[in-house]
Design a protein around this ligand. Sequence first.
Ligand code: UP5
Ligand code: MG
Length: 194
Amino acid sequence: DVQQKFQVVFVLGGPGSGKGTQCTRVKEEFGYVHLSAGDLLRAERNSGSETAEMINSYIVEGKIVPAKVTVELLKKAMESSGKSKFLIDGFPRSKENLDVFYEVMGDTFILSMCLVFDCPEEVLQERLLNRGKTSGRSDDNLESIKKRFKTFHGQSEPVINEFRRMGKVRIVDSSLPPDVVYKKVRRLFKGANV
Ligand code: UP5
Ligand code: MG
């Protein structure tokens, strides 16, 4: 029964493309639960669990944490929320991520759409370096940023292409100011009837 399944929107796009910023607004207006895979991983790292050090080394290197770890965190967060509509931000960012998600979640979810933010790399780099002055994020430095871009092109873009073939992708230009970007985003959520 459709009613009882999780409704999932995957939110993808390059590092600094505005996934978190836009998800916050969608959450407020449309009542979704916002789950940032990166935030969940950073929280897990900070918890000092046995995987903490491993997670941190992947993040600093801009590499993708083994899917099992991320999917378990997402699954736990989805189940414990008691809610049914989710924005999954920054995931899946590799074929392995996607495969393991399907494996673990089975047919408990329906993919509503995959929202993709598109923005030139120079703009992203400037945003991230700027944020790095205050964010405290261990990957907001030029060296890590370059590695994040490389991983995005090599591993995440192929997944976006797969969603495109499935007819699930909605692309939004996120180089414009946040308010302008959100005007386009909200139209997708109104239209998608999700
Ligand atoms: N900003 C936002 N929108 C703007 C706009 N329209 N105009 C001007 N400025 C704008 O925004 C980034 C910055 O830009 C902010 O300062 C913002 O004010 C400004 P934000 O909304 O934070 O963008 P976002 O796309 O969320 O950027 P983020 O840095 O979070 O993206 P990443 O994809 O790089 O980071 P994430 O947290 O998803 O992942 C980090 C790492 O975790 C990965 O590199 C990887 O190592 C690991 N990871 C996994 O291994 N697996 C996962 O599934 C997920 C993460
Ligand atoms: Mg983010």
